[in-house]
Design a binder for this molecule. Structure first.
Ligand code: ADP
Length: 451
């Protein structure tokens, strides 16, 4: 889950908890108030009923009329019950079960009792008359109150859902607002690689918060990295240049010595072996010097045809590896020659592809090697596919480090600096080198180059 959604969700849950608490409290209080109000009405009705029925004989005719008029507007399911408490021994038959002797006794003792039974609410009052002490009980259903509470509950649920949706989107917007600078940083950091370590994150003047500190710390780390890599490159470059001259001298001397006619067979083969090793060392030193080149492709490069490079390369490798077969898959190449034009360093890309192709041939156990070139809208991809020894998944993350060689490559010649060089050339062109491999089955190296 993205950080943005997580913040929005946390926002929503916190609001949900607070809202539910407030709404539940509000509902409980409203319910209590509604019940109280209804009990008060029932109490009034009990008094009116008692007056109307028990004091008919004593009250003025007009007053009785008035009481009857008010009394005639009954409540839903309203029922009234009267009991003479003085002589009551037991409750008469047909009385509803919620009216018990206990209830009547409590009315007699407390003067008033409120009770509920199912949907009905009731109030019983003690009413003294010159004919005796009565219990007047009125029960009714608070339909209006119940509907009011149901409506309130529905409204609350609707409000809860709407406000939660609102809070979620507000949270997402807020998170987006907060995380926007981080998004910008991520985009910038993605662009930074070993070939453009000079790039820095923008440090806003006076910004002292966490994001300002993050940009500052990251930039200082890049300063240190850039310095370390430059020192390393300088060292590799210097050391390689120092090695180059004596090596050239050795190769020259060996070649000169081999021209001598009177050499014994032993000395000749020893000199030839020295020459071959010196050549290999020379090739290594040349690669090391390239590895320490500055990381950018200088200036505007001329355009050249990519397919011609592939054909040249294949011809060259066929000479070095005469026993292997190399196939070119043309299916991803456009038929229009204009579209085969590429602008980039011909020399460097040739070095990169030669390295990949030679590796494939070297590790392929003489199986066929395939080159696939796929042209797309904004990039081209060259894949070199072999069915050779493959690379152990544990080795795969390390093979792009200088001098790293997998265990299964030990019997094959090499120094472990080809792939770092290819990766560097890819980055110099804003491209990407990737590998997918299965041990003992084969390997695919893909070089992506943007147009
Ligand atoms: P080198 O080939 O000189 O050893 P590289 O830098 O070109 O050095 O390759 C590094 C390592 O990656 C190799 O030693 C080998 O373990 C592994 N590797 C590269 N290409 C292949 C391939 N096509 N098949 C199997 N392993 C490979």
């Amino acid at each position: 889950m993205t950080l943005r959604n997580r913040i929005a969700l946390t926002f929503m849950l916190a609001n949900f908890a607070v809202l539910v608490l407030v709404l539940v409290l509000l509902y409980i209080l409203t319910r209590q108030y509604t019940h109280k109000e209804f009990f008060n009405r029932l109490e009034d009705r009990a008094h009116i009923a008692a007056q109307a029925l028990l004091e008919k004989d004593e009250l003025a005719h007009q007053l009785i009329e008035e009481i009857n008029r008010r009394h005639s507007r009954t409540l839903p399911q309203e029922k009234e019950y009267f009991f003479l408490l003085d002589s009551l021994q037991k409750i008469v038959a047909n009385t509803p079960e919620y009216i018990s002797m206990g209830l009547l006794k409590t009315i007699d003792r407390d003067g008033i009792v409120e009770f509920r039974s199912g949907k009905l609410s009731g109030v019983g009052i003690r009413y003294e008359d010159n004919q005796g002490v009565y219990a007047a009980i009125v029960v009714a259903q608070d339909l209006y109150g119940q509907r009011k509470l149901q409506n309130l509950l529905r409204l609350m649920l609707l409000f809860l859902v709407l406000s939660l949706a609102g809070v979620f989107f507000l949270g997402r917007w807020y998170a987006w607002h907060i995380l926007q600078p981080i998004g910008r940083m991520i985009r910038k950091v993605k662009k930074i690689n070993s070939s453009n370590l000079h790039l820095r994150l923008q440090e806003e003047e006076g910004r002292k918060d966490e994001l300002g500190q993050l940009a500052h710390t990251f930039n200082r780390m890049l300063d240190r990295l850039e310095a370390a890599i430059e020192t390393q490159n300088l060292f590799i470059g210097n050391a390689s240049h120092q090695l180059k001259n004596p090596l050239t001298a050795i190769i020259g001397q060996v070649e000169a010595a081999l021209l001598e006619q009177e050499l014994s067979n032993g000395s000749r083969s020893a000199l030839q072996a020295i020459g071959e090793e010196a050549d290999r060392l020379n090739a290594l030193v040349r690669q090391l010097i390239r590895l320490s080149y500055p990381d950018n492709v200088n200036g505007q490069q001329p355009e050249w045809r990519f397919d011609e490079l592939i054909f040249d390369l294949v011809e060259e490798c066929k000479e070095t590896y005469p026993h292997n077969s190399i196939a070119i898959d043309f299916s991803g190449m456009p038929s229009n020659p204009e579209k085969l034009l590429y602008r980039g360093s011909y020399q460097l890309i040739r070095i990169a592809l030669t390295n990949l192709l030679e590796n494939a041939l070297k590790f392929s156990r003489n199986e066929q090697v395939k080159i696939r070139v796929h042209f797309m809208e904004e990039k081209l991809e060259v894949s070199i596919v072999d069915k050779g020894i493959g690379i152990d998944p544990e080795d795969q993350p390390h093979i792009f480090k200088p001098f790293y060689r997998a265990d299964n490559a030990r019997g094959y010649p090499g120094y472990g600096i080809g792939l770092p060089l290819v990766e560097k050339i890819a980055k110099m062109h804003d491209g990407r080198l990737s590998v997918s491999s299965e041990l003992d089955k084969g390997t695919v190296f893909s070089l992506e180059l943007p147009f």
